[in-house]
Design a protein around this ligand. Structure first.
Ligand code: SF4
Ligand code: SF4
Length: 116
């Protein structure tokens, strides 16, 4: 949000998701260079940046995000942050230090299983 020169990136007040306004994006790729999670993804067809929307439209309709709904192993789960904030760990190997960005994600599978 801070590096975008045209303020195309914003946080939705209703749910805290980060959104890219396609009408404002000028395709400079600054956000991709700075995001520690590689969330912004380049669309070579539109020449603009895109990212996960958090499926806010589904959430507003009382549904879960599409990815957690179709994940065949249940590896992705969606819940209110207050329900999961104390579960599992806040990072796994190779995951950017969450101290500054405080992503709303928890890892509930032991990243260091015994014997490995
Ligand atoms: S690529 Fe688009 S959203 Fe990203 S910083 Fe540039 S103008 Fe902003
Ligand atoms: S399906 Fe999952 S990854 Fe894709 S936009 Fe929805 S929440 Fe984001």
């Amino acid at each position: 949000m801070m590096v975008c020169p045209v303020k195309a990136i914003s946080r939705r007040g209703q749910d805290g998701t980060i959104q890219i306004d396609q009408a404002k994006c000028v395709g400079c790729r600054q956000c991709a260079a700075f995001c520690p999670y590689q969330a912004p993804q380049w669309n070579a067809r539109t020449m603009k940046m895109e990212k996960c929307t958090g499926c806010f439209d589904r959430i507003e309709a009382g549904q879960e995000p599409a990815c957690s709904t179709i994940c065949p192993t249940g590896a992705l789960q969606f819940a209110e942050w207050d329900e999961i904030r104390g579960k599992g760990a806040d990072r796994v190997p190779n995951f950017t230090n969450p101290a500054q960005t405080r992503p709303r994600i928890r890892f509930v599978v032991d990243p260091y299983p015994a014997g490995q």
